[in-house]
Design a binder for this molecule. Structure first.
Ligand code: OSB
Ligand code: MG
Length: 382
């Protein structure tokens, strides 16, 4: 496929409810969407999952825009690529900026799948037709309201509840939730809010039969997680620390975690995600798909990835209506009463992109086109 054009749009999407983590509160998402066009008429969609500020990882909506426009798009435009892996390789000169790369890499996958009239799940090698879903609940300052909210999510069918925690909103909150819901699958996510010196507090979490504790220590610190894991009964699940297969190998070999959260943006797309998934499957390490408050496009990519073998734990991929009044894909992502999402078998990401809705939400856009060629000779070289 020859990449003829890439169209970038920033959409502004208000969350139905604010989402609070240990690093801040999000009210409104600024999401970059990429539409990639092949010269043969094929097209694919990708989403930049970076936050508005550099607080989850170093990327932001704005850094992704600049890195895409000035460095990544020029590396792909006009190139003929046979696979998404080749697109990822072409972007290798740029260090980091995984979320910017992932938007392009996942758009290439969508386009390649659509070109073959094949679902993305099938092209990736997915084997599950339904994926298990959990919810990620932001920090609540009123524990009573949190308990009610959990009741609603469980009634909707969700199979696991993840609580965001931070110093001052941790042990007491988890204890109250465990008391009211003694048997549910429960996890916590600290988003790097603790340090090894907090070990006595973190050890108290062992009392609550949590499936795992997600990313307790620094975002780029694998070694200290190994030190911590040796002193905890509860498995550690790494999120922020894992950017590629090498990080996953290091973490597992060091004993820094027993579970891995795979996020497409954080690992630069499906190619690297699959490598991590295959490695974890071989080493009996359960994985699950994390979320970044995505629009329907990112969510659709997450669903396809979650259909791969080894995604055995419920992910953070949940229904569109938990985030948006109206999503940008049709149909909206829906969760069954059993707490599952059906994997789509229509071509590519399997959802229709609602361009009218996107246009309404767009706050800036830019197109980049490959230099036209005349009888196969690039204009620039004539
Ligand atoms: O750590 O998993 C995380 C949201 C924003 C940034 C980081 C994280 C999250 C979530 C929400 O937990 C997952 C979702 O519902 O999309
Ligand atoms: Mg997390």
């Amino acid at each position: 496929m020859k990449i003829a054009a890439i169209h970038a749009r920033e959409v502004s999407m208000q969350l139905v409810a604010p989402f609070e983590t240990s690093f801040g509160v999000t009210y409104n998402r600024r999401i970059l969407l990429l539409e990639l066009n092949g010269e043969d008429g094929s097209s694919g969609w990708g989403e930049v999952t970076a936050g508005e500020g550099p607080f989850y990882n170093p990327e932001t909506t704005d850094t992704a825009w600049i890195v895409l426009r000035d460095f990544l798009v020029p590396l792909l435009l006009g190139k003929t690529i046979g696979s998404a892996e080749a697109a990822l390789r072409a972007m290798e000169p740029v260090r980091g900026h995984e979320m910017a790369k992932a938007a392009l890499e996942t758009a290439v996958w969508d386009a390649l799948a659509k070109r073959q009239s094949m679902s993305l799940s099938k092209l990736l090698g997915g084997t599950q037709t339904e994926i298990p879903c959990g919810v990620s609940l932001g920090i609540h300052h009123d524990t009573g309201k949190l308990l009610d909210r959990i009741g609603q999510e469980l009634a909707a069918g969700y199979q696991r509840v993840k609580l965001k925690i931070k110093p001052g909103r941790d042990i007491e909150v988890v204890s109250a939730v465990r008391e009211k819901y003694p048997d549910i699958a429960l996890t916590v996510d600290a988003n790097s809010a603790y340090r090894l010196a907090d070990i006595s507090l973190l050890k108290q979490l062992d009392a609550f039969n949590l499936t795992y504790i997600e990313q307790p220590l620094e975002w780029n610190e694998i070694y200290q997680h190994a030190t911590l894991q040796r002193q905890l009964r509860t498995p550690i699940c790494l999120d922020e620390c894992i950017h590629n297969l090498r990080d996953a190998e290091a973490a597992i070999e060091l004993g820094a975690c027993k579970v891995i959260n795979i996020k497409l943006g954080r690992v630069s797309g499906h190619t690297e995600a699959r490598k991590i998934q295959a490695y974890c499957l071989e080493h009996d390490v359960p994985v699950w798909c994390g979320g970044m408050l995505e629009s329907g496009i990112g969510r659709a990519h997450n669903i396809a990835m979650s259909s791969l073998p080894g995604f055995v734990l419920p992910g953070d991929v949940s229904a569109s209506k938990r985030y948006w009044e109206e999503d940008i894909v049709v149909p909206a992502v829906d969760v069954s009463a059993a707490g599952t999402i059906l994997v789509r078998d229509s071509p590519g990401i399997g959802f229709d992109v609602n361009k009218k809705r996107i246009e309404k939400l767009t706050v800036r856009e830019e197109s980049w086109k490959a230099v036209q060629s005349v009888s196969g000779v690039p204009v620039g070289t004539i």
